[in-house]
Design a protein around this ligand. Structure first.
Ligand code: DC
Length: 218
């Protein structure tokens, strides 16, 4: 069983996907974390993210594991717990760069399909309902105003970085939207058969309930 949740940064996908997976006892797969893992590894090695063949090699050789931990799900990158480090904005920017590269996408999409074929999953990303699993059992496309998404990101990150500026975050969200929607390969786009959910004025509980109402018949 595959439940796909796509949408732009800060639309609430991962928070809701985690809750839905927990209630259904499905695996939650954060595909953004996979692109982030490639960028993070390259950045740590001081490599140029523009080097497409080097990025593809990293993607091919990297061991990315999603494991249940005390604070929800942890992401292990070559055995190292990188969960918190992957949330960094520099890593997010790098992820947008490598996510625009054909070979990196091919490698990661193949892995996502393997995981989805072997498990019941709730998978979130940008292209799950369009490219990774066009036959997903249920597809959702979350949207929300950029200001609200920026505010959410700000709340999430400010405890670790008190110097954060809300306006800058909103600007970065808009920039990321532009990159995700306009890249040539697998741009962020709603699948025709996905249910659009505007989360701007909804609480996490309301969005989760809405998703549940729509997967009742699974
Ligand atoms: O959801 P996120 O912020 O962790 O995603 C990081 C980057 O990876 C973002 O620029 C979009 C990209 N991405 C993608 O292209 N396809 C996916 N399935 C998931 C993320």
């Amino acid at each position: 069983m595959i439940i796909a949740i796509d949408g732009p940064a800060g639309s609430g996908k991962s928070t809701v996907a985690k809750l839905v997976a927990k209630r259904l006892n499905y695996r939650y797969i954060d595909t953004g974390a996979m692109y982030r893992s490639v960028a993070w590894t390259a950045q740590q090695k001081g490599m140029s993210l523009a080097d497409e063949s080097a990025m593809a090699k990293i993607a091919e050789n990297l061991n990315i594991e999603f494991v249940p931990g005390a604070e929800g799900q942890a992401v292990l990158v070559d055995g190292e717990n990188a969960t918190a480090l992957l949330k960094n904005e520099t890593v997010g920017r790098g992820a947008a760069t490598v996510a625009a590269q054909r070979f990196v996408r091919e490698v990661l999409v193949a892995r996502q399909r393997q995981i989805g074929e072997a498990n019941n999953v709730v998978m979130d990303g940008r292209d799950i309902g369009t490219v990774v699993f066009p036959q997903a059992d249920k597809k959702f496309f979350f949207v929300a105003d950029a200001e609200e998404r920026g505010r959410r990101r700000y709340e999430e990150l400010k405890s670790k970085n008190p110097d954060l500026d809300l306006k800058t975050i909103i600007e970065e969200i808009r920039q990321r939207d532009h990159e995700d929607r306009n890249r040539k390969i697998s741009p962020l786009v709603k699948a025709n058969d996905a249910l659009e959910v505007d989360t701007t004025r909804l609480s996490i509980e309301e969005v989760t309930d809405h998703v549940f109402k729509n997967i009742n018949n699974l």
